[in-house]
Design a protein around this ligand. Structure first.
Ligand code: KIV
Ligand code: ZN
Length: 511
């Protein structure tokens, strides 16, 4: 079996798509889970793009050092490479990933550079990156629409300059499986030095072919696949990691390759990403969708009960979907709660565990069934609360109705001092936020607000997500409760906490 490298770019190509942005601590949490999943390379960000990206790469590199290779993306510009090198300093296994476009379209209209100038820039970048690490990857952006003759020259030149991995991205999702595998074969035959390095693939999903294209390239000899959890990424997304990994595992004999991924960690990783970004996976999504192992039709149910393989090609357990579910309710104690968290792949320190347990008991008193989604919300809120800042919302009281102006009173701990403030507004959320502003001495703007139920039923938990702006900075936060006004107030307070920290630690600078 040939071992292929799984290069995860959820934190870079995935994160750069609308709605999927993550703050530094969210990136670190996901990176730790990616390391548990067993991916070989974690691309943590694009350090020169912003201070937050730089810090995220530095933190991820520190936390997962030794458990996976940590990659940082950079253009071929010297200052980009220096920034990447600085962010990765001290990491046991660091990779610098430098890229420049090679298609005529990009050269003429975007870069305004000649072919020779692009080769010179690529070679200089690889050589400069090698001063920081031996592990240098070069990507020929828009490779699939590049002239083959020229692409071969580029590949040859960057290998001679010291690139150990050469990536040929289908940047715009334009290729088809037979064309992409032919490209791999052509490079391997025409560039003799390509046999000594890892040839990598990176596919976008504009035609829904990202996984198929990647798999054909693997069959043609590619040694690394770049992909993301749940297939998130620029535009229609990137190739989905879970689909690539399960396809080569399920059809191992034909592919003749294996990966280091612990497949039982796939669903915990997918769920963690959903929890962090708030963007659900489509129910019929292969491998990780909630219907991927659900059988509705009577004939199918009958078959599956008699023998699972009749209608199931993958065992749910093999991707971390538990066959037997532990139901938690108000009679459950710490032991069962801890076991359930382990089952869900959630690892908490003692303080966060105790806070989460208290929230669970409180919720279990009010709900008949506490779903896994509810638990993820509780645990996320517990962990986030533990990492809070100077403001703590201790008590909220509000009145609201159809024909009355809403009124809210908050009791808050503001830098250890108890402050009580009240405010009037048309709606209860506005009243609560105004009262919190007054208590905290900040007048912030609520830029974005959404609420969704984390489970079915009238007694479902409501998860509120907010984006708040204060002066020139923005912060995202979320909280959940069966009382959505309380969840709103907690999420808003959490955002103010983030905005009250120095710029580098706040979730995101306004841009
Ligand atoms: O799609 C692409 O070409 C990329 C490169 C930067 C690798 O994401
Ligand atoms: Zn990409």
């Amino acid at each position: 079996m040939r071992r292929i490298v799984i290069f995860d770019t959820t934190l870079r190509d995935g994160e750069q798509s609308p709605g999927f942005s993550m703050n530094v601590s969210e990136k670190v949490t996901l990176a730790e889970q990616l390391a548990r999943l067993g991916v070989d390379v974690i691309e943590a960000g694009f350090p020169v793009a912003s201070n937050a990206d730089f810090e995220a790469v530095r933190e991820v590199a520190r936390v997962v050092s030794g458990k996976a290779v940590v990659a940082a993306l950079c253009r071929t510009k010297i200052q980009d490479i220096d920034r990447a090198g600085e962010a990765l300093k001290g990491t046991a296994r660091a990779r610098i990933h430098t890229f420049i476009a090679t298609s005529e379209l990009h050269l003429q209209h975007k870069l305004k550079m000649s072919r020779d100038e692009v080769i010179q820039a690529a070679v200089a970048a690889v050589k400069h990156a090698r001063k920081y690490t031996d592990d240098v990857e070069f990507s020929a952006e828009d490779a699939t629409r590049s002239d083959r003759e020229y692409l071969c020259r580029v590949v040859e030149a960057v290998i001679a300059a010291g690139a150990r991995t050469v990536n040929l991205p289908d940047t715009v999702g334009n290729t088809v499986p037979w064309e992409y595998s032919a490209l791999m074969k052509e490079i391997l035959t025409r560039v003799s030095s390509a046999a000594g390095i890892t040839l990598s693939v990176h596919c976008h999903n504009d035609l829904g072919l990202a996984v198929a294209n990647s798999l054909e390239a693997v069959r043609a000899g590619a040694g690394q696949v770049e992909c993301t959890i749940n297939g998130i990424g620029e535009r229609a997304g990137n190739a989905a990691l879970e689909e690539i990994v399960m396809a080569v595992k399920h059809r191992a004999a034909e592919f003749g390759v294996e990966t280091s991924v612990k497949t039982e960690e796939i669903i915990p990783t997918s769920s963690l990403l959903v929890e962090i970004t708030g963007i659900p996976v489509q129910p019929n999504k292969a491998v990780v969708g909630k219907n991927a192992f659900a059988h509705e039709a009577g004939i199918h149910q009958h078959g599956v009960i008699a023998k699972a393989e009749t209608y199931e090609i993958l065992r749910p357990e093999s991707v971390g979907a538990r066959g037997t579910r532990l139901h938690l309710g108000k009679h459950s104690g710490r032991h069962a709660f801890r076991r359930k968290l382990v089952e869900m792949g959630v690892d908490l320190d003692e303080e966060s565990f105790e806070k989460s347990f208290e929230r669970f008991k409180d919720l279990a008193d009010r709900l008949k069934n506490v779903s896994d989604e509810d638990l993820r919300s509780i645990v996320g809120a517990g962990a986030a609360a533990a990492a809070a800042g100077p403001f703590i919302l201790e008590h909220l009281q509000f009145t609201s109705g159809t024909d009355i102006v809403s009124h809210a009173t908050v009791t808050m701990k503001v830098r250890e001092e108890t402050v009580v403030r009240s405010a009037w507004a048309y709606g209860p959320v506005e009243a609560a936020c105004k009262a919190i502003d007054q208590a905290c001495g900040m007048t912030a703007r609520l830029l974005d607000y959404s609420v969704r139920a984390t489970s079915a039923g009238k007694d479902a938990m409501g998860e509120v997500r907010v984006t708040v702006e204060f002066e020139t900075r923005k912060a995202d936060a979320w909280a959940s409760s069966v009382n959505i006004i309380e969840a709103s107030a907690r999420a808003y307070t959490m955002a103010l906490n983030r905005l009250s920290t120095p710029a580098s630690a706040a979730s995101r600078a306004a841009n």
